[in-house]
Design a protein around this ligand. Structure first.
Ligand code: CAA
Length: 293
């Protein structure tokens, strides 16, 4: 089977990035979300990100038009998946929502299609089990910003067939990404390390070890990270970090993964990072301003 048509579920931060790289690699893409405003925002983001390369001569206007022409925004789930060879899901990290969506998608999608979730922590095996094709269900975990980051974590659930892994490895390579194969475990490989590391930085802020800007500076210059951990926390979204931390505690039954109280308090206040205009930094001005704790 050759994969030609891809349905991307969700037009948010991850979904529009995935649709972008799939269309850029030549696939026909349907990007689905539940409201027109989310689709419009997703398409505008893809256009803006493609145009970054225009001034630098890395891409032409004709190429941009062709890529955008390969993406069809759709509201109806059936319309999105009915002729797809691959469905990549990037909807909110809510277990119940994922399970009901996958039950529907499985019913509406051709039998040959592969179903892939971009979840950053939820069990692939649990989602595969609500479909009639667990051997063709897999984790395909992208990183933000999707057009820039070079990795796809491929996650094999309990029933995922080796053939499915190989097909997803091939698609990922066509998208210009390197892959790693991870056996299912909470947080897979990257978030298993990233989330406790960011949480430790937040514990240190909570204890007054350093200011937000000094902690970021220390890790940026001392470890050569492209962003300090608190800038990265705002970039990923504090709500996502809290969700993953709580999920880790539930799954591992180990308190070493617990979320710092400060993280929980900030999420309760709605200060969830860049997307909210406020997190460890205030983004209302021209340059991000660190908060004092
Ligand atoms: N779309 C397309 N291109 C983008 C982009 C986007 N959203 N954001 C940046 N770029 C491009 C820029 O145009 C620029 O391209 P050129 O090299 O051709 O000039 C290049 O990327 C570098 O961008 P900038 O010069 O603007 O800025 P930078 O050098 O500071 O890089 C960054 C920005 C790539 C985001 C960098 O800071 C970085 O790598 N940060 C870490 C990101 C990270 O760790 N992501 C993983 C988060 S965890 C996750 O996603 C998984 C999870 O489950 C939680």
């Amino acid at each position: 089977m050759e994969i030609k048509k891809i349905a991307v579920l969700g037009a948010g931060q991850m979904g529009n990035g995935i649709a972008h790289v799939c269309a850029q690699a030549g696939y026909e893409v349907k990007m689905r979300d539940i409201e027109q405003q989310f689709l419009d925002k997703g398409m505008a983001t893809i256009k803006k990100n493609l145009e970054r390369g225009l001034k630098k001569g890395k891409i032409t206007q004709n190429e941009i038009d062709a890529i955008l022409g390969r993406i069809t925004p759709v509201l109806e789930l059936e319309e999105a998946v009915k002729d797809a060879d691959l469905v990549i899901e990037a909807i909110p990290e809510i277990v119940k929502l994922k399970l009901t969506t996958w039950t529907e998608v499985d019913r509406l999608t051709p039998a040959h299609a592969i179903l892939a979730s971009n979840t950053s922590s939820i069990s692939i095996t649990q989602m595969a089990a609500v479909t009639q094709r667990p051997e063709r269900f897999i984790g395909m975990h992208f990183f933000n910003p999707v057009p820039v980051m070079g990795l796809v974590e491929i996650i094999k659930g309990q029933a995922t067939a080796d053939e499915t892994v190989e097909m997803i490895r091939e698609v990922s390579q066509k998208l210009g990404k390197e892959t790693v194969l991870v056996n299912e475990a909470p947080g897979f490989a990257v978030n298993r390390l990233l989330v406790p590391a960011i949480n430790e930085a937040i514990f240190a802020i909570q204890e007054g070890v350093a200011t937000v800007e000094d902690m970021d500076k220390a890790i940026k210059l001392g470890l050569n990270w492209p962003m300090g951990p608190l800038t990265l926390a705002d970039f990923v979204g504090l709500d996502t970090l809290l969700y993953i931390s709580d999920y880790f505690v539930d799954e591992f039954k180990d308190s070493k993964y617990r979320a710092p109280a400060l993280l929980r308090k900030m999420v309760r206040a709605g200060w969830v990072g860049r997307k909210a205009g406020k997190g460890f930094y205030d983004y209302s001005g021209n340059t991000p301003k660190p908060l004092r704790f």
